[in-house]
Design a protein around this ligand. Structure first.
Ligand SMILES: C[C@@](CO)(OP(=O)(O)O)[C@H](O)COP(=O)(O)OP(=O)(O)OC[C@H]1O[C@@H](n2ccc(N)nc2=O)[C@H](O)[C@@H]1O
Ligand SMILES: Nc1ncnc2c1ncn2[C@@H]1O[C@H](COP(=O)(O)OP(=O)(O)O)[C@@H](O)[C@H]1O
Length: 300
């Protein structure tokens, strides 16, 4: 079975506090993209799972979220089945594009389908929640508001058609940003966005998206923190605004950033900026939001 494993971007991300379990409570609007990895899954007769990946640097041991998903699948379903996974990696690792989480959910859904769906939608959700804060959102396949540490989901299908009108440009600055380190820094600083204020801002953003205009309300608290370490972001966003592109932000805990635009002609301007600022270290990817008609299973 061949599956598409989409990347995501956080169009809004407020960190509203620290929970007793050490995780942070978030309010985020997340949307999957038509850009992503491919994952091929074949059931095998051996006693262990196999994982291959075309990209060096991606772990192939038990720390890979695909292999963690396979263990969780066996535990939850009670089935003793094993699989061969072939991952074609395009999503930059540590970019805030949710690559590992997306791969894990993709693997989970694929194994479930190959075995005749022993896990219900609720089971899949429970397993995804255990695998990582960013995993459950990949079970939605469209824009979604995320609360809690990422497990409280409110699908936002009313935004899908409006988002489809936007071109999405992803900036990969070419360095790894650690989610754990950034949240640790956040906790040390101890300053959070008031939850009521964040809810109101997100409401405004969602209303603006449905009016076709939303740049001014974009927010990412983790991105702001990252920008205190890497001056590159403030320069990038200031230059983008200067050429009329204000719908831009860091995604998740970085290092990736994105710009939304309407015109084909914007692409060249962004590519020039990317070359100028990243000096050949990173690259830009042009894509769009995942639409309702996009197929996640590319080949049964
Ligand atoms: C920041 C976000 C925003 O979408 O995206 P990425 O930048 O990773 O793509 C996510 O919350 C990342 O989710 P994910 O990468 O699955 O995080 P997890 O594996 O669950 O947690 C990694 C570590 O990050 C911290 N963490 C994560 C999520 C959260 N709500 N609060 C936290 O404090 C914890 O220290 C945890 O040990
Ligand atoms: N299938 C996977 N693909 C990419 N990274 C993975 C995978 N499984 C585990 N990882 C680990 O996850 C971390 C990066 O996570 P990733 O999902 O790519 O970025 P982010 O959390 O920034 O969205 C790295 O430490 C990497 O070693």
């Amino acid at each position: 079975m061949k599956l598409f494993s989409p990347a995501k971007i956080n169009l809004f991300l407020a960190v509203t506090g620290r929970r007793p379990d050490g995780y942070h409570s978030l309010l985020s609007l997340v949307a999957p993209l038509a850009f992503g990895d491919d994952l091929e899954i074949v059931e095998c007769s051996g006693e262990s799972d196999q994982l291959r990946c075309d990209q060096p640097g991606i772990p192939l041991d038990g720390s890979n979220l695909i292999l963690k998903a396979a263990n969780s699948f066996r535990r939850k379903s009670g089935l003793d089945r094993h699989f061969e996974f072939t991952l074609t990696k395009r999503i930059p690792s540590g970019g805030g594009f949710g690559g590992g989480s997306s791969n894990a959910v993709c693997a989970l859904r694929g194994m479930n389908q190959l075995c005749g769906n022993p896990l219900s939608a609720d089971d899949l959700f429970e397993v995804a929640e255990e695998l990582g804060s960013d995993c459950p959102l990949f079970l939605v396949d469209g824009p979604v508001v995320m609360r809690g540490r990422g497990e409280k989901l409110q699908p936002a299908p009313e935004l899908a058609d409006f988002l489809q009108e936007r071109r999405v440009h992803l900036f990969n600055p070419g360095f790894f940003s650690s989610t754990v380190d950034l949240f640790r820094k956040m906790a040390e600083r101890g300053k959070y966005t008031a939850s009521d204020f964040a809810e109101k801002q997100l409401e405004d953003l969602m209303r603006s998206i449905q009016k076709g205009d939303f740049g001014w309300t974009m927010r990412n608290d983790l991105g702001k923190l990252l920008a205190t370490k890497y001056l590159f972001y403030d320069t990038l966003f200031a230059l983008l605004r200067k050429i009329g592109l204000s719908e831009c932000a860091v995604t998740g805990s970085g290092s990736g950033a994105f710009v939304l635009s309407r015109r084909e002609s914007d692409r060249k301007k962004m590519a020039d900026l990317c070359d100028q600022l990243l000096d050949g270290e990173g690259f830009m990817i042009e894509t769009r939001f995942l639409g309702n008609k996009d197929r996640l299973v590319t080949q049964p």
